[in-house]
Design a protein around this ligand. Structure first.
Ligand SMILES: [Zn+2]
Length: 409
């Protein structure tokens, strides 16, 4: 290829990457896509016929050095969805009570389609769901009905994060009951485990030819000590451990997703410590970092690593379903990310694309009639200033990432 052509091509690629706000993360094709995976059209890549960025000088139609048949580029796509805290206060389980148990499924009905359409969806199970037999309880030591898990399954969730400041609220039994129930439901769990052996097992998931690994850590457990001899019951934030776990996960997967339970409650901006820990996870090899705990939304940003990768971080996704009062505590959201794996020869490249955020609202009337709905369609009697609040939330979430698409749902 002539030098000027090489330069023109480089320029086109540089402009394209800047416009989409993503960086390519080179990755050895250590995890070749499964045979059954169907390569999808490279959505998001410029169409040479219509894209004005495809300058004539970059047109390689002559193709004297065209790609070899086995050098053809293949693109694999996975749609991800993430939501914030599922914190089951007494008012919520009372609302879900039926004659013979609990049914939380109607509460997720208005947002179910956004969860279902994702290939992988993750929720933060903030309060354990040790079950009614253990005795249900509210703040400060929560225990919820196991049927919460059934509702998350029904809504389309595939993975739950269990490392929270409330993990140990009701002791090992509630954690173990929670894990066993999620196992029975076929939902993957991360951050709390049944044994050391269970903890050592990486939480990987293959989807459409892309291999994901899910890790999770919390800043603490509300002063409740981790039971002696059972450190696997909850993963605590410890930078050397996070670096080691992420590096191990990176070696065995294409995309490492790290959930971090951190930050200050009811504060809408991340603090220095959150930024430092998120960066440490990104530098160690994490591609996506999802923050929980403040119960209000904190913005998203890209972290550019020293080795030239770009990691996506959102510092807090707020409450998804919780029985807290106050406008900001009733707003959460569904974060949608597309992951693209581009394979060419022996090289594979991972990109996070089209970040989208659908703000949500926790609907309730006198602590009853709970449901999670898109903020854009909230009833006027629920939130009279809905339009102004929606704009404010949109600006807040995209302040460091202008290309974040804030969607009405
Ligand atoms: Zn928390």
């Amino acid at each position: 290829m002539a030098n000027w052509k090489r330069h023109a091509l480089f320029l086109v690629m540089a402009v394209f990457l800047t416009l989409t706000g993503v960086g390519c993360q080179p990755k050895d094709a250590a995890n070749p896509p499964q045979q059954q995976a169907q390569p999808q059209p490279p959505a998001g890549l410029p169409d040479p016929k219509t894209d004005p960025l495809q300058a004539p000088g970059a047109d390689s139609s002559a193709k004297p050095e065209g790609p070899e048949p086995d050098e053809r580029e293949r693109v694999y796509q996975v749609k991800l969805a993430f939501v914030g805290d599922v914190l089951i206060h007494r008012s919520i389980y009372k609302d879900a009570k039926t004659e013979d148990g609990y049914d939380f499924r109607p509460m997720f009905e208005p947002v179910k389609k956004y969860i279902e359409e994702a290939d992988i969806a993750l929720a933060n199970q903030e309060s354990m769901i040790g079950g009614a037999a253990l005795g249900l309880s509210d703040y400060p030591r929560f225990n919820g009905p196991s049927e919460v898990g059934d509702a998350l399954k029904d809504a389309g969730f595939d993975v739950v994060n269990l490392a929270n400041n409330h993990t140990l609220d009701r002791g090992p039994e509630a954690v173990e009951n929670t894990i066993r129930h999620y196992r029975d439901l076929g939902i993957q769990y991360t951050g709390a485990y049944l044994s050391e052996e269970d903890r050592q097992q990486l939480r990987t998931m293959d989807k459409n030819g892309v291999k994901f690994c899910f890790l999770s850590y919390t800043y603490g457990t509300n002063g409740i000590p981790v039971p002696e001899g059972k450190p696997y019951l909850v993963n605590l934030i410890d930078e050397p451990t996070i670096r080691e776990d992420v590096a191990k996960a990176r070696g065995q997967s294409d995309v490492v997703v790290v959930s971090l339970h951190f930050g200050q409650e009811y504060v809408n901006m991340p603090n220095d410590e959150q930024k430092r820990i998120a960066r440490a996870a990104a530098e160690a090899g994490a591609t996506i970092i999802i923050g929980h705990h403040p119960h209000v939304l904190q913005p998203a940003e890209w972290i550019e690593t020293e080795d030239g990768r770009k990691a996506f971080v959102v510092y807090s996704l707020g409450n998804f379903l919780a029985g807290q009062e106050g406008t900001r505590k009733r707003i959460g959201g569904i974060l949608q990310l597309d992951v693209e794996k581009t394979v060419k020869g022996q090289d594979a490249c991972i990109q996070v694309k089209r970040p989208t955020f659908i703000p949500t609202w926790i609907h309730m009337v006198n602590w009853r009639k709970y449901k999670v709905e898109p903020l854009r369609t909230v009833e006027k009697d629920q939130l009279p200033q809905a339009d102004a609040v929606w704009s404010e939330i949109a600006d807040h979430m995209k302040r460091w990432m202008p290309e974040l698409h804030v969607a009405e749902g």
